[in-house]
Design a protein around this ligand. Structure first.
Ligand SMILES: Nc1nc2c(c(=O)[nH]1)N(C=O)[C@@H](CNc1ccc(C(=O)N[C@@H](CCC(=O)O)C(=O)O)cc1)CN2
Ligand SMILES: Nc1ncnc2c1ncn2[C@@H]1O[C@H](COP(=O)(O)OP(=O)(O)OP(=O)(O)O)[C@@H](O)[C@H]1O
Length: 233
C-alpha cells in the first residue's frame, strides 16, 4: 500500500522553474526532463509571441530598423575582403540584409545562404550573391539554385529572441546550434534582431551555443557585458 508520507523516488520533482530568478535558471546544463519539457513549451510560446509582435510593426519602421541593424553589423564586422559571410533570405519579418550582402560583395567579400538539407541535420552553406538564381528548399525557403558549398568565416544568424548572455532563440529546429557544433572551426557568429526581441533569459541548455555578439537597431550586446554586471554586484 502506498505511503503518502514517503516521497516517491521514481517521480520527477515538481518544477519550480517559473519561480526561479532567470539569472539562476539560466545556468547551462540539463535541468531535468520535466524542466526541459517546460522550457520547450515556454520557448514555443515566446517564439509565437515575438514573431507576431514583429510582424505587427509597420513594414516601413521594420525596414528602417533593418537598415540600422545592417549598419551596426558593418561597423562590427571588420575587414571582409577574401572572407565568406553567410547571411539569410529574410522571412517572417526578419531584418532584411540583402543590401548588406551587396555591401559585403562591394568590399571584396563573398556571401552565402544557409540551406536545410534535412530536419535534425546541420545546415549547409552555399555561396550566393544578390541577383543570382534561387530555388525552393525545405519549408519552401529560398536557397541558392547553384550548389556551391562553402564554410563561412562569419555567420549572421537572425534571432527570434535573444538574452543578455547572447543566447539565441530561433525557430526551434536547432539548426544553428547543430551546425556550429559540427563545424571543424567555429566561425564568428553575429546574431541580428530587433531590440524588442530581448528576453531576460532563454533558459539556455547544454546544446545552446551563444552568439559572439548580437546587433539590434538600438546597439550591440556582448556576452561579457553580463559578467561585468555580475562582477560589479
Ligand atoms: N531566413 C532564415 N533562413 C534560415 C533560418 C533562419 O532562421 N532564417 N534557419 C535557421 O535555423 C534555417 C531554417 N530554420 C527553420 C527552422 C524551422 C522552421 C519551421 O517552420 N518550423 C516549423 C515547425 C516544423 C516542424 O515542427 O517540423 C514551424 O515553426 O512551424 C523554419 C525554418 C535555415 N534558413
Ligand atoms: N548539437 C545538437 N545536437 C543534437 N540536437 C540538437 C543540437 N542542438 C540543438 N538540438 C536540438 O534541436 C531542438 C531545438 O533546439 P532549440 O530550441 O535550441 O532551437 P532554435 O535554436 O530555436 O532553432 P533554430 O536554430 O533552428 O532557429 C532541441 O530539441 C535540441 O535538443
Amino acid at each position: 500500500m502506498a505511503d503518502d508520507d514517503t516521497p516517491a523516488t521514481f517521480a520527477s520533482p515538481a518544477c519550480f522553474l517559473h519561480e526561479v530568478d532567470p539569472a539562476y535558471a539560466g545556468l547551462p546544463g540539463p535541468l531535468d526532463l520535466q524542466a526541459w519539457t517546460d522550457v520547450k513549451r515556454w520557448r514555443r510560446n515566446e517564439r509565437e509571441r515575438l514573431i507576431a509582435e514583429r510582424l505587427a510593426v509597420p513594414a516601413e519602421l521594420r525596414a528602417r530598423q533593418g537598415e540600422a541593424i545592417a549598419t551596426g553589423v558593418l561597423a562590427q564586422i571588420g575587414d571582409v575582403a577574401g572572407r565568406i559571410v553567410s547571411a539569410y533570405w529574410p522571412f517572417r519579418g526578419e531584418p532584411d540584409l540583402r543590401a548588406f550582402m551587396e555591401e559585403i560583395a562591394a568590399r571584396g567579400g563573398r556571401t552565402a545562404l544557409p540551406v536545410v538539407t534535412e530536419k535534425g541535420r546541420p545546415l549547409e552553406f552555399h555561396l550566393w550573391q544578390v541577383g543570382e538564381a534561387l530555388s525552393r528548399g525545405v519549408w519552401n525557403i529560398p536557397i541558392p539554385a547553384a550548389q556551391r558549398p562553402c564554410v563561412p568565416d562569419i555567420v549572421i544568424a537572425p534571432v527570434v529572441g535573444y538574452d543578455a548572455a547572447c543566447y539565441r532563440l530561433g525557430y526551434g529546429g536547432g539548426f544553428f546550434d547543430r551546425t556550429l557544433a559540427a563545424l571543424p572551426a567555429k566561425p564568428r557568429v553575429i546574431g541580428v534582431g530587433y531590440s524588442a526581441a530581448r528576453l531576460a533569459t532563454i533558459y539556455p541548455q547544454m546544446h545552446d551555443i551563444p552568439m559572439d555578439l548580437i546587433v539590434t537597431e538600438a546597439g550591440v550586446v556582448r556576452p561579457q557585458d553580463v559578467s561585468t554586471v555580475r562582477a560589479l554586484t
